[in-house]
Design a protein. Structure first.
Length: 296
């Protein structure tokens, strides 16, 4: 099927084989853009593809769209860059390294440079799975750990002397350094609602509030109220999704997070409904909800 037959596309000529409006299928995602946008960066892969005379050499999908076998979701940022040569990413963008790889594939050296500086610190940390953790990238992280270990080695017997004063100052300094990161709070809830709308709903208490995030942040925020029995030996610099709280009041968890400087950035919830008994119209509604908190 020829692309020239598509509705809304200008018909190509012998001197100009490409239409003004071009449809792309990138990894299953369909994009519609102008030909000048695709050739706006000379020397790029898209420029080479859409300036050649032999249009038949380009791959097409079943509907005649030009096909590119790359990440279709990240291509939106490639196309945005092709429009005005500027890079605009969402806050806390998690796929910066993958986008850099896409920029290298499409031969966009300026875009690679824009993405490279924020990757340099992560790459210097080696292949550790936690290399992108904000705590590890913090310039004060090593100093904080050194101060904490120094205060732990001071003997408690001389707490009233100079050593005790130093330990107190070190402890105060350590509490002033707040580490950035995410903490996710999740819980399941349910209630029974009768057919009569005037009937009071029978709410069930939240059975358990789960905590996901970095171990050190979870212990800092929740302290002794954090139950670690399901993941007892997790190192402080690693992540877990198996902790839960010893209390079942969401407001209490929110208060602790607010006191620690966290604020909510996202939430989501899913729900299902089922009949409680075959003989009645009572229905049981169950839901799972997550709240995502972040501290800079």
């Amino acid at each position: 099927m020829a692309l020239a037959d598509n509705t809304g596309c200008a018909k190509p000529s012998e001197d100009f084989p490409f239409p003004e409006i071009i449809e792309l299928n990138v990894g299953g995602q369909v994009y519609i853009t102008r030909h000048p946008t695709l050739v706006s960066v000379p020397g790029s892969l898209l420029w080479e593809m859409f300036t050649q005379k032999n249009i038949r050499s380009l791959a097409r999908d079943s509907k005649g769209r030009f096909f590119v076998d790359r990440d279709g979701f990240l291509f939106r940022y490639i196309l945005d860059y092709m429009r005005d040569q500027q890079l605009v990413l969402p806050d806390h963008f998690p796929e910066r390294s993958r986008l850099q790889r896409e920029a290298e594939y499409f031969m966009l050296p300026e875009l690679v440079k824009m993405l490279a500086p924020k990757l340099s610190k992560q790459n210097s940390l080696g292949d550790d799975t936690c290399q992108s953790d904000p705590e590890e990238l913090s310039p004060n992280a090593d100093a904080t750990r050194n101060l904490t270990s120094a205060s732990a080695t001071l003997p408690s017997a001389v707490a009233g002397g100079p050593g005790g004063a130093i330990a107190a100052n070190v402890g105060a300094a350590g509490t002033d350094v707040r580490r950035a990161g995410f903490i996710t709070i999740g819980y399941r809830g349910s209630y029974t609602l009768g057919r009569d709308s005037q009937t009071d709903a029978k709410f069930r208490r939240v059975a358990r509030i789960m905590v996901c995030g970095k171990t050190s942040l979870a212990k800092e925020v929740f302290g002794d109220t954090l139950n670690e029995s399901r993941d007892p030996d997790r190192p402080p610099e690693r992540y877990t999704s198996r902790y839960y709280l010893k209390f079942t009041f969401l407001e209490q968890a929110f208060d602790k997070l607010a006191d620690a400087g966290f604020h909510m950035v996202a939430c989501n919830s899913t729900g299902t409904c089922a009949f409680a008994h075959d003989q009645t119209d009572d229905r049981i509604w169950t839901s799972y909800t997550e709240y995502v908190f972040y501290r800079e």
